[in-house]
Design a protein around this ligand. Structure first.
Ligand code: C2E
Ligand code: CA
Ligand code: CA
Ligand code: CA
Length: 278
């Protein structure tokens, strides 16, 4: 920083802290990503273990950044959240995911559910409830085929109105799941009261299950308590078949992970779905 006058500091590019510079640079190019149509959704299948069928897909955001290739959400979502850009971006995600799901329904996949990740920032700022309504209205998607993924921390932050909002979504038939479950501190009883549908057991527990008896016990306990409360469970990050059959044996309802498929662009997912059926 250079002294620029009475007690004020002006920052010059070369001296800027590297992280700050990267944030500013990413933010400024990210701002153009929407109007330039550089955002894309990839979809990862969710498989019901009992029937062995694909019941849903999770929409995962990617940024086709010129000169950088496909950028993963970990590298730009924090910037989008820190700059408020997540609000228009999240709106785009909702619209695109609903539009795509409606197209799959029309193309012979009725009932396929699309799960959309929400950011805490969308609850705090902006117009989330209207954005969800608008995405459903313009796509014509059955609300029961839209699933909104929340995290425990969002609910515990107790953003004013969030609990009522979740209940209104549930009343309309929209599905609500808790992402990364097990990493926060919410009780299952609380989630039941909220009328959440499904718990997504965090990948960290799933990854270590094979070798770690404690993690296996945690997963088993989550599944059993969820069952008692009539909540569905899905295990994320399932990478091998042994794990999938173990989870099935333990009573887990659904699985998602590289064992079945990585997240794929819509057209590739359509091909994958046809092959999975055969
Ligand atoms: P998440 O919601 O927990 O998503 C699961 C992540 O695990 C995804 O990473 C997915 O590609 C990855 N994954 C799935 N199966 C496996 C597996 O078998 N093994 C391993 N190692 N990884 C697996 P991705 O796509 O990089 O997304 C990272 C995070 O970015 C997401 O975590 C979510 O929190 C956030 N995110 C993605 N899309 C959106 C979005 O549209 N809006 C918001 N607000 N956040 C998003
Ligand atoms: Ca998720
Ligand atoms: Ca997750
Ligand atoms: Ca996560």
């Amino acid at each position: 920083a250079k002294k620029a006058g009475q007690g004020s500091y002006r920052f010059y590019e070369p001296q800027m802290n590297r992280e700050l510079r990267r944030f500013v640079e990413t933010r400024d190019t990210l701002r153009l990503a929407l109007p330039r149509e550089e955002l894309v959704l990839h979809y990862q299948p969710q498989i019901e273990l009992g029937a062995g069928r694909v019941v849903g897909v999770e929409a995962l955001l990617r940024w086709n950044r010129p000169g950088h290739g496909l950028v993963m959400p970990g590298d730009f979502i924090p910037v989008a959240e820190g700059s408020g850009l997540i609000v228009p971006m999240g709106r785009w995600v909702l619209n695109e995911a609903c539009r795509q799901a409606a197209a799959w329904h029309a193309g012979g996949r009725p009932g396929l559910v699309v799960a959309v990740n929400l950011s805490a920032v969308q609850f705090g700022q902006g117009s989330l409830e209207q954005d969800v309504d608008a995405a459903l209205a313009s796509s014509g998607l059955d609300p029961a085929c839209l699933e909104l993924e929340l995290t425990e921390s969002m609910l515990l932050r107790d953003e004013p109105g969030i609990l009522d909002l979740v209940r209104r979504w549930r009343t309309r038939g929209i599905q609500v799941s808790i992402d990364d479950f097990g990493t926060g501190y919410s009780s299952l009883a609380y989630l039941k009261r909220l009328q959440v549908n499904k718990l997504k057991i965090d990948r960290s527990f799933i990854v270590d299950m094979a070798g770690n008896q404690e993690d296996r016990a945690i997963v088993q306990a989550i599944i059993e308590m969820a069952r008692t409360l009539r909540l569905k469970t899905i295990a994320e990050g399932v990478e091998d078949a042994t794990l999938a059959s173990q989870l099935r044996f333990m009573g887990c309802d659904e699985v998602q992970g590289y064992l079945y498929s990585r997240p794929l662009p819509a057209s590739e997912l359509a091909t994958w779905l046809r092959q999975f059926d055969d």
